[in-house]
Each structure stands twice: as structure tokens, then as C-alpha cells.
Design a protein around this ligand. Structure first.
Ligand SMILES: [Zn+2]
Ligand SMILES: [Zn+2]
Length: 138
């Protein structure tokens, strides 16, 4: 167990992991705030970031973080959009647009495939043989 200072109130607490560096009490307060923001968005689907920030007394950075975590989602009529971290296209939630997500999934898929030996078995065998030959060359 690690002891850290809470980022919000500065108190020492037992850090148990997670992205938020907050003590349990501030974490609970933040959770309450999240519910408040979520409800506000449901009731005011057309409100923009500044409005939510002012009405719920929460920083736009925090709101954006919730959006990146896909905890907050917005309807089509909402003016809120955040930029895809790869291409900058406006998206409603998460970190990447569908296109970038898809191309990343493809890339990850092929990486994963070669790492654990899924994929074309003949190709895999040839690769292994080559590796063994290289080994014998030494
Ligand atoms: Zn705290
Ligand atoms: Zn993108």
C-alpha cells in the first residue's frame, strides 16, 4: 500500500490505484458531482460545456475527463463535442472517432496475431523456421 497526498484536499490517504489521485472522501464528492452533471445533461441535453460547468460548479477539464472515460454521453442535439485524439474530428464521447478506433483495432489485431501465433499457420511456421536458422547461424 502506498500513501499519497490527495490532489484535491491534500490529506494523506492510502493509494489503491486508479487514475484519480483523490482520497476516498474527495472521490465520493466527485462521484456525487458526476451524478449531478449526468442528471443535468439529461434534463438539459442542449446545454454546452460552459453552461454545465457553471450550473454544476465543476471544471470543464473534469467534464472532458468524464467524456474521455465514456461515462458521459451526449445526444445528437447536444452542441458538445471533443476532438478525436488522433485526427481531431469532433466526437461525442471517448477518445477517438470511429474511423481511428477501427484502424487502431486493425493494427492491434495484426500485432496481437503475430505475437501469439494466430494467423496463417504456414506463415507462422516459416517465420519460426527462419528464426531457428538465424539462431543456428550464430
Ligand atoms: Zn481529499
Ligand atoms: Zn479520428
Amino acid at each position: 500500500m502506498e500513501v499519497r497526498n490527495c490532489k484535491s484536499c491534500g490529506r494523506l490517504y492510502n493509494y489503491i490505484g486508479g487514475t484519480y489521485r483523490l482520497c476516498p472522501e474527495c472521490m465520493r464528492k466527485l462521484e456525487d458531482k458526476f451524478q449531478e452533471v449526468k442528471e443535468y445533461i439529461e434534463e438539459n441535453p442542449r446545454s454546452d460545456m460552459r453552461q454545465i460547468s457553471e450550473e454544476c460548479d465543476v471544471g470543464t477539464k473534469q467534464i472532458e475527463q468524464w467524456i474521455r472515460e465514456e461515462r458521459l454521453t451526449f445526444s445528437e442535439e447536444s452542441p458538445i463535442g471533443i476532438a478525436c485524439e488522433v485526427c481531431g474530428r469532433s466526437i461525442k464521447t471517448g477518445r477517438f472517432c470511429d474511423k481511428c478506433k477501427e484502424s487502431m483495432a486493425n493494427k492491434l489485431g495484426s500485432m496481437y496475431g503475430s505475437a501469439v501465433g494466430i494467423g496463417n499457420p504456414d506463415e507462422e511456421r516459416a517465420k519460426r523456421q527462419k528464426a531457428r536458422m538465424r539462431f543456428l547461424d550464430k
